[in-house]
Design a protein around this ligand. Sequence first.
Ligand code: TYD
Length: 138
Amino acid sequence: MAEPRAEAPRLVSVPVVRDPRGALAVIDCAFTDFNIQRVYFLYDVDSNSARGSHAHRDLRQLIVAASGSFRVSLDDGSGNYSEFEMRDPQTALVVPPGHWRRIYDFSHGSVCLVLASEQYNEADYIRDYDEFLSWKRS
Ligand code: TYD
């Protein structure tokens, strides 16, 4: 049986200000449960390509489909696996540390917006799945 999760990924609703001109979605540090240190976005991704395929030791992230759609699979290495279809800019995915992620099935023109709790640090990555499982067991 799968072990209980320390902290599970979850979907949260992004505050939106809508008026006749369109919609304005706001994400700030009061909304995230971390201080945003970095913002990056994936675009121009081929529908046959996958991004991710790694885990982070400490990094927390919020992922939003700013445009179009893609899928995110998350695996905590303890038998808990979840999959999310991201297609609504008003819905953000909270990705706690310690999850092997894969982002794939990008629609044409999609933009995957990522807000991160830390600056880029290669030492925080685990890029080998077996190493990820060993790290989770340790
Ligand atoms: P990576 O995080 O592996 O991207 P993905 O998981 O989407 O495939 O990063 C790809 C490359 O970009 C890698 O050489 C590191 C670099 N990179 C930065 O320099 N800064 C960043 O903030 C990020 C996210 C990546």
